[in-house]
Design a protein around this ligand. Structure first.
Ligand code: GDP
Ligand code: GDP
Length: 455
């Protein structure tokens, strides 16, 4: 499971600054809570090949009334959701009453936390380290979030407490090594015999995820069910259909009791993000009656970032007027252009219509995501594409793209070797991407293209 780290502290200690540095992204997932000036933000981050999720919070000011009370509530919820907490203090401002309040709170929780003294560019780090010892949390880890100082040591401490994910270990079963000349070997994930295709059912509350899970399982032979899990974990349900193995990652918290499945847990962003990370294919469920809302776009953006294969299910298609349907379709085309590689299905989880067809898309997108294309094939496509459309001249010299090989799967990563590759314009990369997609007939998965220069 991907570890979750929450950033907690007073306002202005530098949480957002650190969040941005860790996630390096501007499109963090912002959880929707109406009426807040600052919401909880979720982002994916990577450090030394490890993926983790960061939660940023508005902050706890110690004056918990009105908007501050809401912010504090956000922070407390973030602490609940997290595996570890980075408690940030401001070494320029020194210790405050609010810091003490937060420290007290953290001590009462059964959570791993780390005291982090930010802004050590303004004071002596040694002083910063000791200054907060009255909090009773030991020495602080000194950092300067704005300048990137101390970040490595901090992450080493915070992430060091989590065992590495199996998938990150070398020699994992079902994985294959692909090495090209002068390349670092990379592991390519495959379906493990045991689990089959891992499908995550994702979507906002009330779009019909539980109903869909019930529908998908109700018709099939369920082999194992009701695995123990904490409130934060998704439930993994292996099953078979037409002799194909699948594991459904159920974020809606459907559990079997007797013959019925019942929803026992509420929506959680962390659960959703972890399920996406862990899946091969995401079935993204939306409510046709509500259309595409901002939060859908946020979550879809995250799916895209992780590179998982994607199938979109527009649920509650039953009983919609023809005019309404046309409107929704037009709206989808316009707003979901950034994931136009994904199949869209119009379904009714309640009545079962269209649900069977989802499997076809799941299989097709999974296959596209994990097929091992040989270097000769990828290079041939590259040569043909270059023949048809030369890359531009840079300083009078033409960019040369020589050969391509597969560097990863789910999503497919195509590594292209050549000269002056840092000057390849985005539009040309898009052209290559489209060419690969068309020629290899890839559906339902994003493609990544990476350049290697100097040969
Ligand atoms: P938040 O309210 O805790 O999210 O704090 P912000 O990230 O918005 O930062 C508050 C202020 O502190 C901003 O003006 C930042 O530029 C500044 N800041 C953040 N990190 C550093 C740092 O490492 N050094 C210094 N000198 N200022 C910082
Ligand atoms: P979840 O929170 O995403 O798991 O959503 P649920 O599966 O609990 O469904 C929320 C509500 O939508 C319930 O009242 C369902 O009966 C209803 N619902 C789910 N799927 C459909 C559908 O295909 N058509 C209609 N009309 N209602 C549906």
């Amino acid at each position: 499971m991907v570890p979750v780290i929450a950033l907690v502290g007073r306002p202005n200690v530098g949480k957002s600054t650190l969040f941005n540095r860790l996630t390096k992204t501007r499109d963090a997932i912002v959880a929707e809570y109406a009426g807040l000036t600052r919401d909880r933000q979720y982002g994916e981050a990577k450090w030394q090949g490890r993926t983790y999720i960061v939660i940023d919070t508005g902050g706890i000011s110690g004056d918990e009334e009105g908007i501050d009370a809401k912010m504090a509530e956000q922070s407390l919820q973030a602490i609940e959701e997290a595996d570890a907490v980075l408690f940030m203090v401001d070494s320029r401002a020194g210790m405050t009453a609010a810091d003490q309040l937060i420290a007290e709170h953290l001590r009462k929780r059964n959570k791993r936390f780390f005291l982090v003294a930010n802004k050590v560019d303004t004071v002596d780090p040694d002083i910063a380290r000791a200054e907060f010892s009255p909090l009773g949390l030991g020495d602080a880890l000194p950092i300067a979030a704005a300048h990137g100082r101390g970040i490595n040591a901090m992450l080493e401490a915070a992430l060091g407490i989590f065992p590495r994910d199996n998938a990150e270990l070398e020699g994992e079963e079902g994985e294959e090594e692909i090495v090209a000349e002068g390349e670092e070997p990379k592991r390519i994930p495959g379906p493990s015999e045991k689990d089959g295709i891992k499908i995550a059912i994702i979507g906002r509350p009330n779009v019909g995820k539980s109903t869909l899970v019930n529908r998908m399982l109700g018709e099939e032979r369920v082999i194992v069910y009701d695995q123990a899990g904490t409130t934060r974990d998704s439930i993994y349900i292996p099953f078979e259909r037409d002799e194909e193995k699948y594991t459904l990652i159920d974020t809606a918290g459907v559990r079997r009791r007797g013959k019925i499945f019942e929803a026992v847990e509420k929506f959680s962003v962390v659960k959703t993000l972890q399920a996406i990370q862990d899946a091969n294919v995401v079935i993204f469920v939306m409510d046709a009656r509500e259309g595409v809302v901002e939060h859908d776009l946020n979550l879809l953006g995250f799916v895209l970032e992780t590179g998982r294969a994607l199938v979109i299910a527009l649920n509650k298609w039953d009983g919609m007027e023809p005019g309404q349907r046309d409107y929704v379709k037009t709206e989808l085309e316009r707003r979901l252009m950034f994931v136009d590689f994904a199949d869209i299905h119009f379904i009714s989880a309640l009545h079962g219509s269209g649900v069977g067809h989802l499997y076809k898309s799941v299989q097709a997108s999974f296959k596209s995501a994990i097929t091992r294309w040989p270097t000769s094939r990828l290079t041939q496509i590259l040569e043909d594409a270059v023949q048809e459309h030369q890359p531009p001249l840079v300083n009078g010299r033409r960019i040369k793209l020589r050969y391509a090989h597969l560097g990863g799967a789910n999503p497919p990563l195509i590594v292209i070797h050549g000269n002056q590759v840092e000057a390849v314009p985005k539009s040309y990369t898009r052209y290559l991407e489209n060419t690969y997609r068309r020629v290899l007939r890839l559906v339902g998965t994003p493609i990544r293209i990476e350049y290697k220069g100097g040969d």
